[in-house]
Ligand binder design. Structure first.
Ligand SMILES: Nc1ncnc2c1ncn2[C@@H]1O[C@H](COP(=O)(O)OP(=O)(O)O)[C@@H](O)[C@H]1O
Ligand SMILES: [Mg+2]
Length: 231
């Protein structure tokens, strides 16, 4: 079974970039994905209007919990992957998390992003016991620099003090992740000359998708995907 993933944190920290990047991995592996835009600014909807959206990605928008629930149910029925961009609003983040199997809290290693991530974590913890049985959530590093600043290192330890796990891998700060918002499409169908570092971004995104469980046992493409992505 493909999971329902919700992504959101109380302060802008790369939620939409993460949502679109993961949807791009799924589409590249031929997995149908419903990308649900429940964020106030509707950046996913704006992205889809730019064109070059892979046919495996369907974009929907949701203003309220009822709509979100209907879209998630339909995705589960079809066996599609669903990714909800819950944005920064507490209501949307909580509703999406309750519908999801797994929630991701993107965190940049900056103080304000980390405080927001911790507040989001507490908010989700307050809803423990509600929503889907066995659902979980994790911090996901977002737009990290390869050489961390001293502040980033302090922030990292702050985030680690929460009992909530942080995924081993996150998304490094790369212009390649921004290219789809400029040109449409995903990092997997953009031409190499359009953005430098697309190959590294693809490999990183695929590794993250494995870790999250988007590319897993349920997916028969398991064996061939790494080769395809590396190609
Ligand atoms: N890994 C990344 N590498 C480069 N730029 C990023 C990365 N993640 C986010 N950004 C940029 O940071 C800004 C905010 O990201 P966005 O995904 O829109 O965050 P949110 O949805 O939380 O508001 C955007 O300009 C986006 O392109
Ligand atoms: Mg956003």
């Amino acid at each position: 079974m493909l999971p329902v993933i919700s992504i959101g944190t109380l302060k802008t920290s790369g939620t939409t970039t993460l949502a679109l990047t993961l949807a791009g991995v799924a589409a590249a592996a031929d997995i149908p994905v419903v990308l649900i835009d429940a964020a106030r600014d509707r950046d996913i909807v704006a992205w889809s209007q730019k064109g070059d959206r892979p046919s495996k990605i369907t974009v929907e928008s949701a203003d309220d919990e009822t709509t979100m629930e209907r879209l998630v149910r339909a995705a589960r029925r079809r066996g599609d992957l669903a990714i909800i961009d819950a944005g920064t609003s507490p209501e949307a983040i909580r509703s999406a998390a309750k519908l999801a199997d797994r929630s991701l809290i993107p965190v940049r290693f900056s103080p304000l992003s980390a405080y927001a991530a911790i507040a989001t974590d507490r908010m989700l913890a307050a809803d423990l016991g509600k929503g889907r049985r066995g659902r979980d959530w994790a911090f996901t590093a977002s737009a990290v620099t390869t050489i961390p600043s001293r502040i980033a290192r302090v922030i990292e330890t702050v985030v680690q003090q929460s009992g909530t796990p942080r995924l081993e891998i996150g998304l490094v700060l790369r212009a390649a992740y921004e290219a789809p918002f400029l040109h449409g499409g995903t990092i997997f169908n953009l031409a190499d000359e359009i953005a430098p570092g697309l190959d590294r971004a693809r490999a990183e995104a695929a590794t993250l998708a494995y870790e999250i469980g988007i590319l897993g046992r349920a997916n028969t493409q398991d064996e061939i995907l790494p080769t395809r992505i590396a190609a």
